[in-house]
Design a protein around this ligand. Sequence first.
Ligand SMILES: NC(=O)c1ccc[n+]([C@@H]2O[C@H](COP(=O)([O-])OP(=O)(O)OC[C@H]3O[C@@H](n4cnc5c(N)ncnc54)[C@H](OP(=O)(O)O)[C@@H]3O)[C@@H](O)[C@H]2O)c1
Length: 182
Amino acid sequence: MRKIIYYVATSADGYIARPDGDVSWLERPRPKGNYGMAAFFRSVDTVLLGRRTYEVARSFGHESHPGKKNYVFSRARRRSRAPGVEFVGGDVGDFARRLRGSKGKNVWLLGGGALAASFLDAGQLDEFIIHVVPVLIGEGIPLIQPRHRRMPLKLLSSHAYPDGVVRLHYSVPPPEPDENTR
Ligand SMILES: NC(=O)c1ccc[n+]([C@@H]2O[C@H](COP(=O)([O-])OP(=O)(O)OC[C@H]3O[C@@H](n4cnc5c(N)ncnc54)[C@H](OP(=O)(O)O)[C@@H]3O)[C@@H](O)[C@H]2O)c1
């Protein structure tokens, strides 16, 4: 079955971007293998982006991930002119069930924290692959949009890179009734 995986980098204090969306603190010399990014990229055929993440990526000239199907989530009706990019709205649970019902590789939920929270709260996020970057940025956009949660995760693996980045790979157990709010 296709998995939906939130593959992301955070600061050591749990932020994916500064409050204004700045991610320049992520720029650093990449070790050989770029933290396994190429292998992960090959394992997915679909990328899910929140509208704010899409706008930041677009401002850098990365309108889409070539060769992948790119879905951008927005509650407003929008249309993309970029090939391979489709704006979607509606219920994320219905969207995820449709995606899982069609054949394909795993799905990269690129972010950000608001979209990841929507999938998590709908019981539609299977795994987290979090790269913790050894830097504190003090304030910013959190890994997952805040709300009261108690969501135990299962650690599948961890890996410390020589430059101090740590990759944490978790699976999300299937939701129990009221698991999110207990
Ligand atoms: N460090 C990393 O690895 C990493 C990864 C990804 C992103 N980022 C950064 O994270 C920042 C953005 O994160 P964010 O949490 O603020 O925003 P986001 O999740 O990228 O986008 C939020 C927007 O997505 C849409 N959306 C969210 N949930 C939805 C739902 N259930 N149904 C329909 N649309 C939905 C809404 O768009 P509308 O307002 O149009 O309705 C919402 O305003 C950017 O700065 C980006 O660069 C960092």
